[in-house]
Write a protein that binds this ligand. Structure first.
Ligand code: EPZ
Length: 421
């Protein structure tokens, strides 16, 4: 397994291009299952999670062509041969559950393996299943699979989510496009990835209103057509790289970045004393003098502070002047990076869903290990600012969500290299 070695201390200067969003692409790809016409996605990120979704769709008989070095995905579900999403693929990536709604809506039948828990929490899929049941699906959970049927087709329904779920909103939204009648999703997720999915579905002929608000209304249609759609910018990759100059000092322009994708996060960076400026090409982040201020962060669904930037923000706060508090409200077990940061000299106390970080002057390099995608990159950020060398092992997590991380950072002066296993 590859590892990444970082020698800290160099301030970063330059520019970093931001890719298309992994989590948008992972829900746009299964939208191909809703139609027999071609769906083309441009600005796709080149990541191992995208390859896993490709393998899953191909196992169902979909055609997935990777063009322009992976930047463009040409998908077709014209000749689908199977409605069975196998455990061997689903277990690798929880987003696989997003094939359930589309398969059921188009074929009236699907068998999808239940994804297990993962490093950041139990992550059940009950809200996905309840939403489909409300649309008339008959579900049978056996042998680790969801066996779903909707013999007369799905029917529109009013679905009120008890709390916000990105994936359940996506599954229900896709399924509702082909259901008979009107579906209303209340307390729907408002993430930019949901807005992106709704826009793509509308291009395919779906009738959707209200995406980006708490209530989404979908008028079912009898069939959808093809479309070409550009994947929205990855707001988590954007926020991650905004933290690089914030941690090391220096100034970096994030090409393609937009403030509205990361508003709450920008507010916290500014509160910590980091400069964020909108430019013609994106966002420019600068840290000039001294230590950053301690801040209080609470993770929330969009437009709140994203859970997917909590680990990276913690890396910044490890060297803040004062005591910061991070409250993780989305996942129950998302502080696995804390003990690793402590191996680098950070002072962190974790109690349940709250981490208290007492800033230290400097972190020190150490061998560390990553447990999930965002934890891995938080260790790399910490390493950029630490004294000496840090080797981050198990970086396969990183390759799930960040393309060419070492190239993007070294282009700005970071001393970082991949050590092939
Ligand atoms: C999406 O996961 C993202 N993944 C996650 O990205 C992200 O952390 C998360 O949304 C929150 O923003 C993709 O888009 C592929 P949820 P998702 O359903 O949809 C609970 C990353 O690093 N819940 O909004 O699975 C759940 O356990 C990641 O890129 C239920 O209880 O998240 C969690 O506590 C990891 N029952 C909360 O809701 C359900 O049926 C929110 O989860 C569904 C969710």
């Amino acid at each position: 397994m590859d590892s990444i070695a970082v020698t800290g201390g160099a301030p970063l200067r330059g520019e970093i291009p931001i890719a298309g969003a992994k989590n948008a692409c992972l829900t746009l790809m299964p939208a191909t299952l809703l139609t027999d016409a071609p769906l083309t996605l441009t600005n796709a990120p080149r990541l191992s999670d995208i390859r896993t979704m490709t393998t899953l769709l191909q196992s169902l008989g979909a055609e997935v062509q990777t063009l322009q070095q992976g930047r463009v995905l040409a998908l077709s579900s014209h000749d689908l041969t199977s409605q069975h999403a196998d455990y061997e693929i689903v277990r690798k990536m929880r987003a696989s559950i997003l094939v359930l709604g589309p398969l059921l809506a188009r074929y009236g039948y699907a068998e999808v393996s239940l994804p297990g828990g993962c490093a950041i929490g139990a992550r059940p899929v009950d809200l996905h299943l309840r939403a489909l049941e409300a649309m008339g699906a008959e579900l049978d959970l056996r042998d680790g699979y969801v066996h779903a049927r909707a013999p007369g087709g799905l029917k529109g329904a009013v679905i009120e989510f008890p709390f916000v779920s990105v994936g359940a909103t996506e599954n229900a939204l896709m399924a509702a496009t082909l259901a008979k009648g009107t579906t209303v999703l209340r307390n729907a997720a408002r993430e930019p990835e949901i807005v992106d999915l709704a826009r793509c579905l509308r291009r395919m002929g779906a009738q959707i209103e209200g995406e980006g608000t708490k209530t989404i209304t979908i008028e079912g249609v009898s069939s959808l057509g093809g479309a070409t759609h550009e994947v929205v910018t990855d707001r988590i990759e954007l926020g991650t790289y905004m933290l690089a100059p914030a941690i090391t000092g220096g100034e970096v322009e994030l090409i393609g970045g937009r403030r509205e994708l990361v508003g709450a996060f920008c507010d916290k960076l500014e509160e910590a004393g980091i400069g964020v400026e909108e430019t013609e090409r994106g966002l420019k982040v600068a840290r000039r003098n001294g230590r950053v201020n301690a801040v209080h962060v609470v993770t929330e669904p969009f437009p709140g502070f994203p859970t997917d930037l909590q680990a990276q923000m913690m890396a910044l706060l490890c060297t803040a002047d004062g005591v910061s508090v991070l409250e993780e409200r989305i996942f129950e077990n998302r502080f696995m990076h804390a003990p690793e940061l402590m191996r680098m000299g950070a002072k962190i106390d974790v109690h349940g869903g709250t981490a208290t970080v007492t800033g230290v002057e400097r972190l020190r390099g150490a061998p560390v290990m990553a447990t999930d995608l965002r934890a891995s990159v938080s260790l790399i950020l910490a390493a950029l600012a630490a004294e000496g060398e840090t080797v981050v092992s198990r970086v396969y997590h990183l390759d799930r969500g960040y393309e060419r991380v070492e190239e993007k950072l070294s282009a700005c002066g970071a001393r970082i290299e991949r050590i092939a296993a």
